[in-house]
Ligand binder design. Structure first.
Ligand code: FMN
Length: 195
C-alpha cells in the first residue's frame, strides 16, 4: 500500500475511511512492526493533562482461543438455556481476527481533569487506530458486545475494577470488499447559534 505523501491523499483517506467487519475478517493480520506503528499513532490522541488514561491488551495466537473459552463458560453460566451453537459462537469471537487489541480506559477521578474528558480521549485513541489502519491498508473494526461490559469477563481480560473497555479492535484483512454506509449530513445537524 502506497504511503500517504500529499495533502490530497490524506483528505481522500479521511473522506473514504470505513471499517472492516470482524464477521468478515481473515488473515493476514498486521506484522508486529506495523501493529507497533498503529499503536504509536493511537497514543497521539488528544489527552487533557497528559494523563495517558488508556492502555492496550493484545491478544494473538492461542491467547484468542483461551480468552474464547472464558467467553463460552461465562455465556453458558449467564444463558443456561442457550444451545451449543451460540456457546461456540462466543468461543470464536476473538478467533475472527488474527490480532485483537482491547483499548482500556483507565479514567479515574482527578483534581483538574474531568473523568469525562479522559473517557473521550480513549475514544480518540480508538479512532486514531482506525485512521492509522486505513492509511496502512490494515482491516480494522472497533467493536464491543457483551464481553466489553461483563465484569468477570473484563477481569479475565486483565482489567481492574475501575477500568472500562473503550474498544475491542479487530485487526486483519477484510475477506470482502468494504461497503460504505450512509453518512449523516453534517449541515443537517449543525445549528447556528443566535439564528
Ligand atoms: C464504542 C463502539 C462500539 C462498537 N461496537 C460494535 C459492535 O460490537 N459490533 C458492531 O458490529 N459494530 C460496532 N461498532 C460500530 C463499528 O465500529 C463501526 O462504526 C461500523 O461498523 C461502521 O464503521 P465505519 O463507520 O467505520 O465504516 C461500534 C462502534 C463504537 C464507536
Amino acid at each position: 500500500m502506497a504511503m500517504l505523501n500529499d495533502r490530497s491523499s490524506v483528505l481522500a483517506l479521511l473522506k473514504s475511511r470505513k471499517s472492516a467487519s470482524a464477521k468478515a475478517m481473515t488473515g493476514p493480520g498486521p506484522e508486529p512492526e506495523i501493529l507497533a506503528q498503529i499503536l504509536s499513532i493511537a497514543v497521539r490522541a488528544p489527552d487533557h493533562g497528559k494523563l495517558a488514561p488508556w492502555r492496550f491488551i493484545r491478544f494473538d495466537g492461542d491467547a484468542r482461543k483461551a480468552m474464547g473459552d472464558v467467553f463460552a463458560a461465562r455465556w453458558q453460566a449467564l444463558n443456561p438455556a442457550h444451545g451449543a451453537e451460540t456457546v461456540e459462537a462466543q468461543r470464536g469471537l476473538f478467533l475472527r481476527a488474527p490480532v485483537v487489541v482491547v483499548v482500556v480506559s483507565t479514567a479515574a477521578p482527578h483534581v483538574k481533569i474531568p473523568e469525562w474528558e479522559q473517557v473521550l480521549s480513549a475514544g480518540a485513541v480508538c479512532q486514531n487506530i482506525l485512521l492509522a489502519c486505513a492509511a496502512l491498508g490494515v482491516g480494522c473494526q472497533w467493536n464491543s458486545g457483551w464481553i466489553a461490559y461483563d465484569g468477570p469477563v473484563t477481569a479475565a481480560m486483565g482489567l481492574q475494577p475501575h477500568e472500562k473497555v473503550a474498544g475491542i479492535m479487530y485487526f486483519g484483512t477484510s475477506a470482502v470488499e468494504l461497503e460504505d454506509r450512509p453518512r449523516p449530513d453534517a449541515a443537517a445537524i449543525t445549528t447556528i447559534w443566535g439564528k
